[in-house]
Design a protein around this ligand. Structure first.
Ligand code: ATP
Ligand code: MG
Length: 475
């Protein structure tokens, strides 16, 4: 056997010596495996979690480690999985006993039995994730690399340790993980693997939406998400996950008129916005901003291709999609809905930027105004340099106006200058239609710029309108 390569320098964190001592006390072998080793070799920042394999009981090793640590951290045991976890200062350490797995057709939950280190490496998803470093005293830091993972790291290749058809069919989540790693690490998926994913794509249906979304979010958060989405498209996984996006693919032609391919356009928009923001939900908004275009597409003899009302339809689709994928149905979803719903608004006003249009835009967008402008700028994908410049220039004008108007009128977190309660008191009324009319009149006048956003002006207008409505004041 050739001499093993040693990476002691990866194991400088004191936790590794504790691990090594604990394993020795229990008289078992242990290894650090997976993401930690991979990311060390790729020089990818500081790790947050470490995966440890024990040849024996992972739970016993976790308990022994806790005993040796000054703070005696709590060990969380997941009995069903035979795993345990503890937290030291900044790291999460996961423990598992080396295992051998076999899978049934309809589940990604394998039957598990104790195994050797080799068995354990065989069950790993990719060669680059099967790399392990020894924590044993006699060869501390030695690399165990049975599948040439090191070579694959250098060549930037995603490859499965065993026959890819079996690996992907056993646990179809691995298909998404392959694509996620390709997108995250700028790797390519080896051809055999890619073909196996294509053959097994339908198996994704046995995976829960929560797990799918976990990987999808990592794709969306990668530097250039289109890399992942192109792979999802090419492998035929996308229709199983986001059929709403695939529905945007294609160009129709009628009477010599064509519309753009909104699927490929969307991917460009997502890449564009990813240069400007790391916010997951803003990136989701970019991904979904045009989904209403498929169901609203019509050909009109005079207007050509139209997508009338696609923003509204799209925002309704966001809810269904979030619900189906078990994404949060909270303010994050509302934010995405709002951006989809408002995605054309800044364009509509950007030619002729009036104060009142900008006030209305800011009023409706509220806190999301910045994000909305970022989305609109990312939405500019024209290849015509002149138009590209003009559109950006127009949005610059809108942005400038937003700042001006905001300084003067404070619309962003609009609070009516007179409260409904005060109006009710002044006119001696209970909550009623009239109160609604008065409030609306004041708000409209402010947005139109007829009165400034202040108390005195609002009160004056309130009395005027109150008289028109035939109301008596109690003052
Ligand atoms: P990251 O933490 O950046 O997502 P990771 O490689 O650490 O990457 P984890 O999900 O934390 O990924 O998994 C840890 C290790 O467990 C992986 O490196 C891999 O060896 C193994 N693993 C995880 N999920 C699977 C799977 N579905 N099939 C086979 N092995 C897996
Ligand atoms: Mg990890």
């Amino acid at each position: 056997m050739p001499e093993a390569i040693n990476y002691k320098e990866a194991l400088l964190d004191p936790i590794f010596n504790v691990l090594s001592d604990a394993a020795k006390n229990l008289n078992l072998e242990s290894y650090v495996i997976g993401g930690f080793v991979r990311d060390f070799l790729l020089k990818r920042g500081t790790p947050k979690d470490i995966d440890i394999v024990a040849i024996g009981s992972g739970i016993a090793l976790a308990n022994e480690v806790s005993k040796l640590l000054p703070k005696k951290p709590k060990v969380s045991v997941f009995k069903n999985y035979g795993t345990a976890m503890l937290k030291t200062n900044k790291l999460e350490v996961e423990f598992v006993g080396a295992r051998k797995e076999s899978y049934a057709e309809d589940s990604r939950k394998p039957a598990v039995e104790n195994g050797t280190m080799e068995d354990d490496q065989n069950r790993r998803d990719f060669t680059i994730n099967a790399l392990a470093l020894s924590l044993n005293k006699e060869n501390f830091g030695d690399l165990l690399d049975p599948f040439d993972g090191l070579q694959d790291l250098e060549n930037k290749i995603i490859r499965t340790p065993l026959d890819p058809d079996i690996t992907y069919s056993d646990d179809p989540l691995r298909m998404l993980r392959a694509i996620r790693f390709a997108s995250q690490l700028h790797f390519s998926i080896e051809k055999e693997s890619l073909n196996a994913i294509i053959r097994n794509n339908h198996r994704i249906k046995i995976i829960s939406n929560e797990r799918i979304v976990e990987e999808l979010n990592k794709i969306i958060l990668s530097e250039k998400p289109s890399v992942g989405f192109q792979l999802l498209h090419k492998t035929g996984l996308l229709p199983h996950i986001l059929p709403e996006l695939i529905a945007l693919e294609g160009i129709d032609e009628k009477e010599g008129q064509r519309h753009k391919d909104n699927f490929w356009h969307t991917l460009e928009v997502v890449d564009n916005i990813s240069l400007a923001t790391d916010d997951l939900w803003l990136r989701w908004a970019a991904l979904l901003h045009d989904i209403g275009k498929a169901p609203t597409k019509r050909f009109d003899n005079k207007l050509g291709w139209t997508f009338h009302g696609h923003e509204w339809v799209g925002s309704k689709m966001v809810f269904k999609l979030f619900k189906r994928l078990r994404l949060p149905l909270n303010e994050k979803m509302k934010f995405v809905q709002k951006l989809v719903y408002m995605s054309s608004r800044p364009i509509a006003i950007s030619n002729e930027v009036s104060d009142s249009a900008v006030r209305r835009l800011v009023f409706d967008a509220g806190e999301a105004i910045e994000s909305l402008m970022t989305l609109c700028e990312a939405d500019i994908t024209t290849k015509n340099a002149k138009k590209f410049k003009k559109y950006h220039h127009n949005f610059q004008k809108v942005r400038k106006k937003i700042v001006e108007v905001e300084e003067r009128d404070h619309i962003r977190n609009f609070q009516p200058p007179i409260s409904g309660e005060e109006i009710m008191q002044i006119f001696g009324l209970k909550p009623s239609r009239e109160i609604g009319i008065l409030k609306e009149t004041i708000k409209e006048a402010i947005l139109e710029g007829e009165i400034p956003n202040d108390y005195e002006a609002a009160k004056k207008l309130m009395f005027k309108k109150g008289m028109e409505l035939g109301l008596n004041t109690t003052l």
